[in-house]
Design a protein around this ligand. Sequence first.
Ligand SMILES: [Zn+2]
Length: 319
Amino acid sequence: MLFFKKLFLITLILLFWQSVFAVYFNGITFSGTKYIYVKDIAKHYGMTISQNSNFCYLKSQARKIVFEFPKKSAKINGVVVNLLFPADYNSGNSIISEKDFRLVLEPIMNPSVIKKQRVKTIVIDPGHGGEDNGTHSSYSKEKDITLSIAKKVAQQLSSKGYKVIMTRNSDKTVELASRPAVIAKYGADMFISIHANSAKRSISGIETFILAPAGTSSTYTKKIVQTWENGNLYDLNNAKLGYEIQKSLDKLGREDRGLKHARFAILRKATKPAVLIETGFLSNKGEEKLLASSSYQNSIAKCIAAGVTSYTKSAAGNN
Ligand SMILES: [Zn+2]
């Protein structure tokens, strides 16, 4: 009897250990950061690996991951996903940072790791407004484009049964800090900020930003920031939500600029999963024309809503 009791206890401890430390890989320290071997990740996902000093490919029947060295971005099932640290090749082995595995790859590939939530109420945040025009093109202002797209996103989400709260419904000035505060005010479950981009004329495409996790650098910097922000409570969910939205927006056939990390104030202060979507470049002639058209805005809205729905299923534990 005592033996069985002991066995039972040991089994319980092992199960607990497994659930808390779901995966453990051997690591190496590389450029001062903990890295793990991609071959171990391949095994974990049941994928085959082929690698050389430039690329590493992981494949299974339905999924594919590509790393390029030394690069801070990867492709997961065809979607560009920016990494937190560069993937690299070391002594015949492909390696990525342990944080990239845990905070980027896992939530996307294995959504059972994300925090469970039932998404009912969604805050839609049309970027800028009122005195703040945002960027502009020859004939449109960002604040008008974002409001127009946001209203269409709200329509799409409402038709799917979500309750939608807008941070602004008209051309008015809204303080940056008061935008994520709407989440708590209405007990919302998600925050989606909508923007349009600007750069030199030749650049175009769509990108989705999520908050950079503590102890990592943003996509456009090398500086590692240790500060933990409210938004970091949902690092894993942010990655899954951002990925699903970017993946869905890829269907529009524009340049895929990927899932990216930043420390924008609204993402830092968001108390629920949050993304900031750059829907396209007003500085690019072709994209400016698209962004100003009602039918294209509708297509964007449908893609965003479809991405939200995919996330919602994962967050509810349905896939
Ligand atoms: Zn903007």
